[in-house]
Design a protein around this ligand. Structure first.
Ligand code: PEP
Ligand code: MG
Length: 754
């Protein structure tokens, strides 16, 4: 065998010619194995292709018995070929038959060949088959020979993936262009989506594999690597990256990899074997992906991911990347991304998006909040899924259970299609409730309102059958913007919201930023415990310019109409007083300048911090209304981070302690004659909402998708009967009683949907 690199280059050129010839797929494969065998001075060259039933079928051979083609087959893991496929790793043996995995297939006549070199045929980290060369003599194949075989396998992978050989295998058995996979992550937005994968950062499909001129390709590769390194340096040098912290660590690791000599060398070598620069990048990336999939150590996986990201950047640089706006979306797109910013999700055509899948993404991440607003079923925290999914793969997202089925089997697909039909029927039933008032059997009116934050939310107002907006999270406008929204932009949004809700009320919550709701364009100090940190009204009082601007925008927008606004995270009533002084100053300012003022202004506070429970009389003496942020109130009462998935179901809101706290609030409010709304997630869950109604709450505010189920619960409920069960539970139950179970039993006995 030749030691020089001319060998593989000549082979690649010949392969290209063979690809272009007008011959049948089988003839082409036969020609390819002959070419490879001749070029590598091997007596045998064989191609095994992986079928959908997990069997590797011999598709072509030079040197083995031709009659064995399409007859000989091996299971994954069986024999040397099966082992290569199972582990996605090459085998280089001078005496194949002494290897413990060797499986004898008499029909092939391979017993006379001792040395064996086999490589997996990989595409995007997925095994499509195995390519083998064999010789009679006991010899060890050189590293260059192994590399050359890898490169050849890559060309074959493109041919298989392009469907070029689909028709020639055993009749009726499909190729395995991807096995079904099942993942469990975190459900971030409820709902089920069936569709096809759209990669948020599409892998560039390399079609031009074989170099015309190796030196030109080396130059292109070097130029791209240099510009990649520069851009990573740039990111680090830019002021916006903090001096320390996780984000910086990630970028530092990135820089280290971008400068990694081993990586660059391997890509150079791949070009030297005759590949184009982009094919060389992909060739090395493919190995990396295969390693990534075998890797269980999360740290090393993460690092291999960094290489994967960098390789994608190189590919995009070499080939030019399509932009989201230019992407051809199918009607049932499921977007798969490592992570993305909230604004990026809004770039997609909502009408075509059926689901979102993120490798990262926590329940309170901004993109999850926007996905919830858009009602896009979302699953997060499935590391590595981007490299396992191919654009166009069938996929199912189950946001209720946090599950994902990639390339699902027919059974799974049918089961989910049933679920979707069932949900649609239920949705229809809810739709019928839309115009019915939300009144219990015993005639008690329970007002259902919407939580919103973006204009898109308001489209749901009528279709959901809610009455007004109980919580408008103004910070969402700030979170999806790339720079600080100016006063005019804020005013514009508020005016449109007030216009859209018509005569119903909308309660604007002033900015609840800080903590984990970071705005990229505001410099904040990293905090140890952001949820308990410098956020919401605390930040607003310390930066009165910010809060006053927002208050002015709200007053302008509501000119001549009603305005309801509330301040988040009030801990001491004094904070409410100070915030109200700022509001009064703005009102005075507008009066002085003859601006039209709102017809009426109602000012409220959010009850989210337990300390406020001990100032309820003072609070209700001051406010026009209150709203309970039960998400925060629960997390602070239970000392249990609401974003921590390990604690998600640990402390139940339907516990004596929390329900007693909620009861104390409504009792004080009733005594003072002030209305209180519950606007945390709790209000949108039928069983929890039922308990709240039992405690005396008459205003609940929730996500649009929750209105139907909660209204159905209200229609089946007798408050009188519920109180008969709930009151004694709260009086005597304590921690020993399972209140959730008792309420579930009650609802079941009464036929109340929950
Ligand atoms: C809450 O805390 O329950 C609430 C409604 O506010 P947010 O979820 O925006 O913190
Ligand atoms: Mg809150």
């Amino acid at each position: 065998m030749r030691g020089s690199l001319a060998g593989p280059r000549v082979l690649l050129r010949r392969l290209r010619e063979a690809m272009a010839e007008r011959i049948s797929a089988q003839e082409r494969l036969d020609k390819i194995v002959t070419l490879i065998a001749a070029n590598m001075v091997a007596e045998v060259c064989s191609i095994y292709v992986l079928r959908a039933d997990g069997v590797l079928e011999l598709y072509a051979t030079e040197g083995l018995n031709k009659a064995a083609v399409h007859d000989t087959s091996l299971q994954i893991g069986e024999g040397l070929v099966g082992l290569i496929a199972a582990e996605a790793q090459p085998l280089n043996l001078s005496n194949a038959q002494s290897h413990p995995a060797f499986a004898y297939r008499p029909e092939t006549g391979e017993e006379i060949y001792h040395s064996f070199l086999g490589v997996p045929i990989l595409r995007a980290g997925r095994t499509l088959g195995v390519l083998v060369v064999q010789n009679r003599t006991r010899r060890v194949y050189t590293e260059e020979e192994e590399e050359a075989l890898h490169t050849t396998a890559m060309v074959l992978a493109e041919m298989i993936a392009a469907g070029g050989i689909a028709s020639i295998g055993r009749a009726g058995i499909e190729l395995d262009l991807g096995r079904p996979m099942h993942f469990v992550g975190a459900g971030l937005v409820e709902g089920i989506g069936l569709g096809h994968v759209i990669l948020h950062e599409p892998r560039v499909v390399v079609t031009h594999l074989i170099a015309e001129n190796v030196y030109d390709e080396l130059e292109r590769l070097d130029a791209s690597i240099a510009s990649l390194r520069l851009s990573v340096d740039d990111m680090l040098a830019r002021g916006e990256v903090a001096e320390s912290g996780e984000h910086r660590d990630v970028l530092e690791a990135y820089r280290m990899f971008a400068y990694d000599h081993g990586w660059a060398r391997r890509m150079h070598e791949a070009v030297e074997t005759g590949l184009t620069a982009e094919a060389a990048v992909e060739r090395v990336q493919s190995d990396m992906r295969a390693r990534l999939m075998r890797q269980t150590d999360p740290y090393i996986r993460e690092r291999l991911h960094d290489f994967d990201d960098l390789a994608n950047r190189l590919l995009r640089d070499l080939m030019g990347a399509p932009h989201v706006a230019d992407m051809d979306l199918p009607q049932d797109a499921i977007i798969v991304a490592r992570n993305m910013g909230a604004a990026e999700l809004l770039d997609y055509d909502r009408a075509k998006v059926r689901g979102l899948l993120l490798e990262e993404g926590g329940p309170t991440s901004h993109v999850a909040i926007v996905a919830r607003a858009l009602d896009i079923p979302t699953v997060g925290q499935i590391p590595g899924v981007v490299s396992l999914a191919e654009a166009g793969d069938a996929i199912i997202i189950d946001g209720d259970a946090g599950q994902v089925h990639l390339r699902p089997t027919g059974d799974i697909e049918n089961a989910y299609a049933d679920k979707v039909r069932f949900r649609a029927r239920r949705q229809e039933q809810y739709l019928r409730l839309r115009d019915k008032p939300s009144v219990t059997i015993d005639g008690i009116d329970v007002k259902l309102k919407l939580n919103a934050g973006l204009l898109v939310d308001l489209e749901h107002l009528n279709e959901a059958g809610a009455t007004g907006i109980g919580l408008f999270r103004t910070e969402l406008q700030f979170m999806v913007a790339s720079s600080f929204p100016r006063i005019g932009e804020q005013e514009n949004l508020y005016r449109r919201v007030i216009d859209m809700v018509d005569n119903q009320t909308v309660v604007f919550r002033t900015l609840d930023i800080g903590g984990d709701k970071v705005l990229p364009y505001i410099r904040t100090v990293a905090e140890e415990n952001p949820a308990m940190g410098w956020r919401a009204i605390r930040l607003g009082l310390d930066r009165p310019g910010l809060l006053r601007t927002q208050l002015r925008a709200l007053l302008h927008a509501a000119g001549g109409r009603e305005l309801s606004l509330m301040f988040p995270m009030i801990t001491e009533v004094g904070e409410f007083d100070r915030a109200k002084v700022l509001l009064e100053r703005e009102i005075a300012h507008l009066e002085r300048h003859d601006h039209s003022l709102p017809r009426s202004i109602r000012v409220g506070a959010m009850i989210e911090v337990p300390a406020l429970l001990y100032q309820l009389d003072e609070l209700f003496a001051r406010v026009d209304f209150a709203s309970i942020g039960s998400n925060d109130l629960h997390q602070f009462m239970m000392a249990s981070d609401r974003g921590n998935t390990r604690l998600a179901n640990r402390f139940d809101a339907l516990s004596a302690s929390f329900l007693r706290a909620m009861k104390s609030i409504i009792d004080h409010a009733d005594a003072a004659g002030k209305p209180v709304t519950v606007c945390g997630e709790m209000a949108g869950k039928p069983l929890e909402a039922m308990a709240l109604v039992g405690l005396g709450y008459r205003y609940l505010s929730m996500a649009p998708s929750a209105v139907g189920p909660v209204k159905a619960m209200v229609h089946g409920l007798s408050v009188e009967k519920l109180k008969g069960v709930l009151d004694p539970l709260l009086e005597n139950g304590g921690a020993a009683t399972d209140i959730r179970q008792a309420l579930t039993d009650f609802a079941d006995a009464e036929g109340i949907p929950h």
